[in-house]
Design a protein around this ligand. Sequence first.
Ligand code: SF4
Length: 217
Amino acid sequence: MLDIYNRLLSYFGHRNWWPGETKWEIIAGAILTQNVSWKNVEQAIENLKEAGIFDLEAIYNAPPDQIAELIRPSRYYNVKAKKLKAVAQHIMEKYEGDIDIILSKPLPQLRKELLDIWGIGPETADSIILYAAELPSFVVDAYTKRIYNRLGIFTAEVNYDEMRDYFMQYLPHDKELYNDYHAQIVALGHNICKNKPKCQNCPLEELKLCIDNGGKS
Ligand code: SF4
């Protein structure tokens, strides 16, 4: 696992990952980024800020329709508006709006609590834990599944928790490593190991692990 990471790190360099000026901005970004690029997220956050309803309390008080309209660039805006509201409601009503209290919980407790909030799936929960709480919970995504399936490590049927468990079993529990490893995977999936992979440019090609690569270009 570390050999793969080190090859990616040598190729892409250290990734400066997950922008966000505040803990709430990181949490909101984790919700808004599902299935869209970060550019769309930036536009959605910018719209919310310009309208003066970006912070936690403002989201809690704003009507879902108004939030949905402002975050339209993030796609799936109606459901994402409901998710933002659900998280804001949870933090406002259970912690009087103090994000630091929920984020200071032990990792297993925080993860369970986040997963119990309406609309929050494991990828969003782990992103919040890793980037906002700064605790070592490995984030996996569609790129992870595709790449590690092609590498012969995951089957096509593998589920989210099986993938996360695999990384966490074989890697030291280190938040900096998890942060950068996920960013390396995203860089590889976005730029090289695409639907039609560019294996001739891939830093993992030398490993000769990939058999089912979707048809090399
Ligand atoms: S060698 Fe090809 S299939 Fe394997 S990870 Fe790299 S780009 Fe993907």
